[in-house]
Design a protein around this ligand. Structure first.
Ligand code: 13P
Ligand code: SF4
Length: 325
């Protein structure tokens, strides 16, 4: 992956005219440059407000595949923008900050994963979408937290499975699908830091609250939840459920949409062990800001650029997932 040369002189935040209304400017630039802005639910509130479409990883991949605009600006992390490029290669795909990575993707270096795969020759490789294009290219089928259980259940019972890279999601899927799987030992630095003790304390403090959690959390946390699912499934659950208060055990960016959809309900963010560290805000997602969205639209960079052979190899397991979803 290389960073394409910017189409204009690089600009910095300091170059932004402080009198500009960035919300208006972003709308004008999107129109002028035929760009669609896709965003994940963990983006900061202002970025969610200027997005044309907000979704979980599966919805964003599907949306990216059908985009007719000439440019996609992807306000999310790198593997998400990369997935958009893999699925819609004729489009220019931009990301507000090229450093917006993901600890799960980083936890599965492709060369080590290739050796792991070789050590388990008869296994089908099921890989969570939170991984690099190189790791996707080593996989048989990609899954997201929305469809992982159904896809694993659909694999013949006598077929051994490797699941990568998230061991917590893998453990949850294994339990839900009733399948043993060989796990890659990766994790998300955000979801693994939620405190079980704090969660139990919040439950005692709010005895009528529902608890919703993302499956990237450890098993003890998931055991306290009334509902476990992808970000979109969590949003749907809190709208459909009659309770008026929810403890939310995932990145707190999602609470903005929960509150917008359900202004009469109360959403309480779960906490990590160390209250001072802000550990449950994804440091990668939060690298994207309104200013960077504006600068990216204006300068046309940073751009996701990919080797065509790698793209084709990474596309195959993604299409296998989309066909089954
Ligand atoms: P979702 O697909 O549920 O939105 O999850 C993406 C993610 O990165 C969670 O940490
Ligand atoms: Fe990756 Fe975790 Fe951030 Fe999701 S929350 S993008 S899994 S580091």
């Amino acid at each position: 992956m290389t960073l394409a040369p910017p189409t204009m002189e690089p600009m910095t935040r300091l170059d932004i005219d402080p009198t500009l209304d960035l919300f208006e400017e972003i709308e004008r630039l999107k129109e002028e440059t035929n760009t669609i802005l896709l965003a994940h639910y963990y983006q900061e509130n202002d970025v969610q407000d200027v997005a044309d479409f907000i979704g979980d990883s599966l919805d964003l991949a599907r949306r990216a595949q059908s985009v007719t605009h000439s440019r996609i600006l992807f306000a999310g992390v790198h593997f998400m923008a990369e997935t958009a490029k893999i699925l819609n290669p004729s489009k220019t795909v931009l990301i507000p900050d090229m450093a917006a990575g993901c600890s799960l993707a980083d936890s599965c270096p492709p060369d080590e994963f290739a050796r792991f795969k070789t050590a388990h020759p008869d296994h089908i490789v099921v890989t969570y979408i939170n991984c690099t294009a190189e790791t996707k290219a080593l996989s048989d089928i990609i899954v997201t937290s929305t469809n992982a259980v159904d896809i694993v259940k659909s694999i013949p019972r006598d077929q051994p499975i490797i699941f990568a890279p998230d061991r917590y999601l893998g453990a949850w899927v294994s339990k839900q699908a009733g399948r043993d799987m060989v796990m890659w030992d990766g994790s998300c630095i955000v979801h693994e830091t939620f405190s079980h003790k704090e969660l139990v304390r919040l439950k005692v403090e709010h005895p009528h609250a529902g608890v919703v959690a993302h499956p990237e959390c450890p098993e003890a946390i998931l055991g306290e939840a009334d509902f476990v699912g992808s970000t979109r499934k969590l949003l749907n659950f809190v709208s459909d459920d009659p309770r008026d208060t929810f403890i939310v055990v995932t990145e707190p960016g999602i609470i903005y949409q929960m509150q917008k959809n359900e202004p009469g309900k109360t959403f309480i963010p779960a906490l990590s062990e160390d209250e001072s560290c802000n550990c449950n805000n994804c440091p990668f997602m939060k690298l994207n800001t309104l200013e960077k969205v504006y600068l990216t639209l204006k300068t046309g960079g940073p751009e996701i650029v990919m080797d065509e052979r790698l793209r084709r190899r990474a596309e195959r397991p993604l299409l296998a997932m989309l066909e089954r979803s």
